[in-house]
Design a binder for this molecule. Structure first.
Ligand code: SF4
Ligand code: SF4
Length: 279
């Protein structure tokens, strides 16, 4: 079943017409990277301490949605959809607002990502498994926590970290083997899948700043100073991305959620794990 799931996700990403800019053959996303985590991986319980007690474990989500006890099995299937090279290059040139390609990827590419979440949930259910996409369920809720700040009841980036796909960056992204310019997805299932080894020991190992004490190129990319080596002001980032930038793109192109992503491009971690002593 493991091979079938990997094949199904890859084929859907590579062949779906929904993963294309309108009227072209240019994809929003290139071939995905995929990982599995055990549903009872202790990391998911630890996230209640690390993120906040509002963050749900896979077991809690399955219990609420299916009434299933995942104490002795189950898995989390995670994917990372790398944003196409053409789009990354277009965003690299921007200094205030994202490129049109980036904005279209954030809006319509995420619609495709939702289709993939739906597709894989249905695929598993049609094979007599229980499955849920937390992001598409009512269980997923945004949270404004006094300690954690803006967060949610299920973080796909943290699930991807547990599934061996990447480590966290100075700007709160996830640096993967295909870099930081991507979108994540996840499905929880009662199916037992072999967990993907985590090729890292610490949560920020791939970021040059945390690994070697230098870099910070993402800081200079942010037009509103939403983060520094001292922390990340998520409210400032979201205000800029979802108010200032959205207004401009909605008026001109009808795009409501263009994102920003300037700090995900034009950096040494844009498309891969930065090498040692990268300058
Ligand atoms: S640009 Fe440098 S400091 Fe910023 S996330 Fe990437 S590797 Fe880390
Ligand atoms: S996504 Fe947020 S943190 Fe990154 S450059 Fe844009 S406003 Fe700054």
């Amino acid at each position: 079943m493991e091979a079938l799931i990997l094949h199904e996700i890859r084929q859907f990403v590579l062949n779906s017409p929904a993963n294309r800019f309108a009227g072209t053959e240019m994809p929003f996303f290139e071939a995905p990277i995929i990982g599995f985590a055990r549903a009872d991986d202790p990391l998911f319980s630890a996230y209640k301490r690390i993120i906040g007690d509002f963050h749900l474990t896979p077991g809690e989500i399955m219990q609420q949605c299916w009434g299933t006890d995942l104490s002795f099995g189950g898995s989390v299937i995670c994917w990372v959809l790398p944003i196409s090279e053409t789009t990354r290059l277009s965003n690299r040139r921007q200094t205030r607002i994202p490129s049109l390609e980036w904005a279209l990827t954030r809006e319509h590419g995420e619609t495709f990502n939702n289709l993939l979440r739906h597709h894989m949930t249905s695929y598993l259910i049609s094979r007599d498994c229980q499955a849920i996409s937390p992001l598409l369920s009512e269980i997923w809720q945004p949270v404004d926590d006094p300690v954690a700040g803006l967060a949610s009841t299920w973080s796909e980036r943290h699930a991807a970290y547990a599934a061996g796909l990447g480590t966290f960056s100075l700007n709160g992204g996830l640096i993967t083997s295909r870099g930081m310019a991507h979108r994540c997805g996840s499905i929880i299932t009662d199916l037992d899948l072999p967990p993907t080894p985590r090729p890292y020991d610490t949560p920020r190992e791939y970021c040059l700043f945390f690994r070697e004490g230098h870099c910070g190129k993402c800081i200079a990319r942010c037009p509103v100073g939403a983060f520094s080596t001292q922390g990340h002001d998520k409210g400032k980032c979201l205000d800029y991305a979802y108010k200032t930038i959205s207004k401009a793109f909605t008026e001109q192109y009808g795009i409501k959620a263009p994102g920003c992503g300037l700090c995900q491009t034009g950096t040494p971690c844009e498309a891969g794990i930065p090498e040692q002593n990268h300058d």
